[in-house]
Ligand binder design. Structure first.
Ligand code: PTT
Ligand code: SF4
Length: 606
C-alpha cells in the first residue's frame, strides 16, 4: 500500500488499552480517508443511539492519503464523532502540525473510545503510545495548554487540545491547535471533554510510503508554483477569507442582527480593507503556501487571528462594528476552545430574545461588554450562559423564539444570509452536519447566475459542490481554499493521488466515493434519530417568513413551495426517496448494502 500508511491507532480510554491495527485495503479504496474513514468507523463500531457525551461515543481524528506529504495545503485532518449539539454525524477540519506528525508516525487515523475517569492526554511518538496524566493541564486555556506541552515534549510536534469550553461540555466546543486553528463545530471539543481527554501530542519521524516519490516531489513543486502564479494569489495573501466581508455586504448576504438583515451599516469598519490597515502578520496551516490567517492586535493589544466567519458572526450579526473588539471575542473563543460561529449566533439570539422580552436581562445589540461576559458565562456555564451553552435550538425551546433560532438540525448557521439565496439555503438544509457552508458554498456562483431562481441547475450545481468540497476535500483532508479562492485546478488532485498511491483515477472516483459517504452519513442520521422527514432538511423559518427590510434587496424572502420543489429534485438526484431516505437501489449501487437491514428497522425503505 502506498500513500496510505494502512494503520489505525485505537485507544480505549476506559480500559487504557492501545492497539495498532492494520486495516483492510477496501476501507482505503472505498472511503479514501478523513470524513470517509470517520463515518464508516462510526457506523460499524458505535452502538446506535448512544449519548454523544457517554463513553460509547467514538472520537476519530482521520487524515487522508495526501495528508502530511509536502504538497499544496495537506496539513489538515478531520475530527469526527456523534455530535452532542445535533445528535447526528458531526465533524470538522482542522489545520495542524498534528496532521503531519500523525502520518509521519505511521498512522492514518486515531480512533478513541471509552472515557478516562481522570484528566489525561495522549502522547504518540511513532510506536511509543502513552496515556499521560493531565491534572496540571485541566482548566488551562488552549494557548497555555499547547505552550506547556511544547515545553515538556519539545517543539517539533503537533498538538490538538481543548480549553475550558470542551471540559465544561459546551455543546459547540471545538478542538484547537496552534493558537488559532479550530475544528469540529458540532461539539467535537465537548466529546473530547466527556472523555476527559485534554490533548493529543503527536510526534512522527517516519517517511510516508509513496508510489513514486520523485514524481510526487516534482508535481508538488509545480503545484506550489502554479498556486503562486494565479492572478488572485496576491490579494488572497493580503486579505484571505476577510475579502468576503465587503462582497457579502455588497451582495446583501452579510448576516446582521441575528440574520434579520443582509447588510450592516458599519460593515466598512470590519471588512478586509479595515483589517489591512491594522494587520500585523499572517498565520496558517502547515505545508501551505497560500496562508490566510490574518493577525491584528485586539482591543487589549493581544494578537488575534481573524477569518470572515468569525467577524461576520461576532461582528455584524451581533451589531458590533469595531474590528478590535470583534478580534478580542475571536481570541477568547480560540483560547477557551469554543466555536466562533455558534457562540456568535447564541449571543445574537440572546440579544433578540432580550429585545422581544423573552429574557429579563437587558442585552443591547452591539454591546461588547455584555457579549464578552456572555461568552465567558457560556464557557463556564454560568447563569444564562449555561442554557446558551446548549446551542440555539435548545435555548429557543426553553425561552421561546423558535422563529428566530438560526440553525439547521441544531447546528448554528454560518456567515451567509439566505433571504435572497435559495441555493445557499438548500446547501445549509442538506449539509451532512447541519448549517455549515463547507460542503457547498454555492452562494458566490448563485449570485453570479440566476440569483433568485429555484432551478434544477442550481440543485445539480449544489451536488457538484458537495461532491468536490464535502466529498473529495474532506476525504483527502487537503484544504479546499487554494482551489475555490485562488483558482488552483482540481485536475492536480488525481495526479498527486497517483504519485502518492500508484492508483490511476479520475475525479469521478472521488465523486463516487463522495456519494457513498453522503448516503452513509444520511443513513447514520436516520439510525440515530430513528425517524426522518423532509422538515429535517429545511433552513431556518426566519428566511421564509420575515423579509429583508434594508439594502437593495429589501422585501426579499424565500418561497417555501419553491424550496420544497428544489428539495425534491435534490433527493431525486441523490437517489433518495420523497422523505430523504436513500433507496435500496442507491444503497446497493454505492456498496452500502450493509445499511439496508439497519434502516429497515426505522423507516419504510423503498
Ligand atoms: C470551520 C469554521 C470556519 S469556516 C471558521 S472561519 W472559515 C471559524 N473559525 C474558527 C476559529 O478561527 N476559531 C474558533 N474558535 N472557532 C472557529 N469556528 C469556525 O469554524 C480554517 C479554514 C477556513 S477559515 C475555512 S472557511 C476552510 N475550511 C475548510 C474545511 O472545512 N475543509 C477543508 N478541507 N479545507 C478547509 N479550509 C479552510 O480552513 P470546522 P482551520 Mg476549521 C480561528 O473547522 O469545524 O470545519 O469549521 O480549520 O485550520 O482553523 O482553518 O472563513
Ligand atoms: Fe490553512 Fe488557509 Fe492555507 Fe487553507 S489556505 S491550508 S486554511 S492557511
Amino acid at each position: 500500500m502506498f500513500g496510505w500508511n494502512g494503520r489505525l491507532l485505537r485507544v480505549d480510554l476506559s480500559r487504557k488499552k492501545i492497539v495498532i491495527q492494520k486495516y483492510d485495503d477496501r476501507l482505503a479504496g472505498e472511503y479514501i480517508g478523513g470524513r470517509g474513514f470517520a463515518i464508516k468507523i462510526l457506523w460499524d463500531e458505535m452502538p446506535a443511539c448512544v449519548d454523544p457525551l457517554s463513553p460509547q461515543n467514538i472520537l476519530i481524528f482521520a487524515a487522508g492519503p495526501l495528508t502530511g506529504i509536502p504538497g499544496p495545503s495537506t496539513g489538515k485532518l478531520v475530527v469526527a464523532a456523534k455530535s452532542p449539539l445535533t445528535g447526528g454525524y458531526g465533524d470538522g477540519n482542522v489545520g495542524s502540525l498534528a496532521a503531519v506528525h500523525l502520518r509521519k508516525a505511521g498512522y492514518d487515523a486515531v480512533v478513541i473510545s471509552g472515557s478516562s475517569d481522570k484528566p489525561v492526554y495522549l502522547y504518540i511518538e511513532n510506536e511509543k503510545i502513552e496515556i499521560l496524566n493531565a491534572d496540571d493541564l485541566w482548566g488551562l486555556d488552549t494557548f497555555m495548554t499547547e505552550r506547556k506541552l511544547r515545553e515538556r515534549h519539545g517543539g517539533n510536534l503537533g498538538v490538538l487540545c481543548i480549553g475550558p469550553a470542551g471540559e465544561n461540555l459546551v455543546k459547540f466546543a471545538t478542538v484547537i491547535s496552534q493558537e488559532g486553528r479550530s475544528g469540529g463545530r458540532p461539539g467535537m471539543g465537548a466529546v473530547m471533554g466527556s472523555k476527559k481527554l485534554k490533548a493529543l501530542v503527536i510526534k512522527g519521524s517516519k517517511d510516508i510510503p509513496l508510489a513514486d516519490p520523485e514524481e510526487y516531489r516534482r508535481l508538488a513543486a509545480d503545484a506550489y508554483r502554479a498556486i503562486k502564479g494565479k492572478p488572485g494569489y496576491e490579494f488572497w495573501r493580503r486579505q484571505g477569507t476577510m475579502a468576503a466581508l465587503q462582497w457579502a455586504q455588497e451582495s446583501s448576504v452579510l448576516p446582521a442582527y441575528n440574520f434579520r438583515e443582509g447588510v450592516f451599516e458599519l460593515a466598512s469598519n470590519i471588512d478586509g480593507y479595515a483589517m489591512e490597515k491594522v494587520k500585523i502578520g499572517q498565520r496558517g496551516c502547515p505545508l501551505c503556501n497560500a496562508i490566510c490567517g490574518n493577525l491584528i492586535n485586539d482591543i487589549e493589544g493581544e494578537i488575534a487571528e481573524l477569518d470572515y466567519e468569525n467577524v461576520a458572526l461576532l461582528g455584524s450579526n451581533i451589531g458590533l462594528g469595531d474590528l478590535k473588539k470583534v478580534a478580542k471575542l475571536n481570541r477568547l473563543a480560540d483560547m477557551y476552545g469554543v466555536d466562533t460561529i455558534s457562540v456568535g449566533s447564541v449571543i445574537a439570539f440572546a440579544m433578540e430574545a432580550s429585545e422581544k422580552g423573552l429574557i429579563k436581562e437587558k442585552i443591547e445589540w452591539g454591546d461588547f461588554n455584555v457579549a464578552e461576559r456572555l461568552l465567558k458565562d457560556i464557557v463556564y456555564r454560568r447563569e444564562l450562559g449555561d442554557l446558551l451553552a446548549e446551542g440555539v435550538k435548545i435555548a429557543s425551546y426553553k425561552l421561546g423564539g423558535e422563529k428566530f433560532a438560526m440553525h439547521v438540525k441544531g447546528l448554528e448557521v454560518t456567515g451567509y444570509d439566505c433571504h435572497a439565496a435559495p441555493g445557499m439555503a438548500l446547501a445549509y438544509g442538506t449539509s451532512p452536519i447541519g448549517a455549515h457552508h463547507k460542503d457547498a458554498w454555492i452562494i458566490s456562483w448563485e449570485i453570479k447566475t440566476e440569483r433568485l431562481g429555484y432551478t434544477k441547475d442550481k440543485v445539480y450545481k449544489l451536488i457538484e459542490f458537495q461532491r468536490i468540497r464535502g466529498g473529495m476535500f474532506e476525504m483527502l483532508t487537503s484544504c479546499r481554499l487554494p482551489w475555490i479562492e485562488v483558482g488552483f485546478e482540481l485536475e492536480w488532485y488525481p495526479k498527486l493521488f497517483k504519485a502518492a498511491t500508484g492508483l490511476s483515477v479520475t475525479l469521478d472516483y472521488f465523486f463516487e466515493a463522495a456519494d457513498r459517504v453522503y448516503s452513509l452519513i444520511r443513513a447514520f442520521w436516520i439510525r440515530e434519530k430513528r425517524k426522518w422527514n423532509r422538515g429535517m432538511d429545511y433552513p431556518p423559518k426566519r428566511w421564509f417568513t420575515e423579509p429583508l427590510t434594508k439594502g437593495p434587496l429589501a422585501g426579499a424572502k424565500l418561497d417555501i413551495e419553491k424550496y420544497d420543489n428544489m428539495l425534491s429534485w435534490y433527493y431525486e438526484a441523490r437517489g433518495w426517496d420523497a422523505k430523504g431516505v436513500p433507496t435500496r437501489e442507491t444503497l446497493t449501487r454505492l456498496k452500502l448494502n450493509f445499511a439496508i437491514p439497519v434502516l429497515e428497522k426505522y423507516v419504510n425503505l423503498h
